[in-house]
Ligand binder design. Structure first.
Ligand code: ADE
Length: 230
């Protein structure tokens, strides 16, 4: 039967899933720990990718090649880019873009990967709808929108305005679009779930430290509900 790939970037983001996993077996590849077992009755492989796009890409490709997962769900925190989002709210990925892919000097718009037909990687409709249903049922404020990823912690209202204008971003984080591209290249359905720990502005560093644990818990709650519903 189906095996779910579950990814978070940091300890806080995978902690609750790890505690909920039964019959856990640990395997290490490329320095990343992969926990195989059962979560809420579903076969799953859980891992902590580490921060950034390279960590996320390597972790995801190994998850697909070595563990044969057929769908990938990412849980974690992000900085809000859409002005309607508050700390704690959830963003469900409609698609993911690498905002730090910038070949504008050659005339390509920000986020566009040259010589490639696709740069905005679409999330799986079924997983998006399941996430939306979970947020509705749990009375969790949420928005389905563009998840922007880059190897930068965004802490500038000016940059947020630019990311909103140029890429229609809902939130900014550091892994989702790498997971998305690897899943796309391998034809594996995925969704990125992110709860807002901050607003990616001048207060982002302070808010991030204050709200990361609670935001991680909120994202986890949606993932738990989804796994139970599948
Ligand atoms: N993760 C949480 N907040 C973030 C921010 N402001 N920028 C990038 N990644 C984040």
């Amino acid at each position: 039967s189906e095996v779910f790939g579950l990814i978070g970037a940091m300890d806080e983001e995978i902690k609750l899933l790890l505690e909920s996993m039964d019959n856990r077996v640990t395997t290490v590849k490329a320095g990343i720990k992969y926990y195989t077992g059962t979560v809420f009755g579903k076969s799953a492989v859980l891992c902590k990718s580490g921060v950034g796009k390279v960590n996320a890409a390597v972790t995801t490709q190994i998850l697909l090649d070595s563990f044969g997962v057929s769908r990938v769900l990412f849980t974690g925190v992000a900085g809000a880019v859409h002005p309607g989002l508050n700390i704690g709210d959830i963003v469900i990925s409609s698609q993911c873009i690498q905002h730090d892919m910038d070949v504008s000097a050659l005339g390509y718009p920000r986020g566009v990967i040259p010589y490639q037909e696709i740069s905005a990687f679409p999330a799986d409709q079924t997983l998006v709808q399941l996430a939306e249903q979970a947020c509705h049922d749990l009375k969790q404020q949420s928005m389905t929108g563009v998840v922007l990823s880059g190897d930068q912690f965004i802490a500038s209202a000016e940059l947020v305005a630019k990311l909103r204008l140029e890429l229609n971003g809902a939130c900014a984080e550091m892994e989702g679009a790498a997971v998305a591209q690897v899943c796309f290249m391998n034809e594996i359905p995925f969704v990125i779930l992110r709860s807002m720990s901050d607003k990616a502005d001048g207060s982002a560093n302070v808010n991030y430290h204050e709200f990361t644990v609670e935001a991680s818990e909120r994202s986890h709650a949606i993932l738990e509900y989804m796994l139970k519903a599948m």
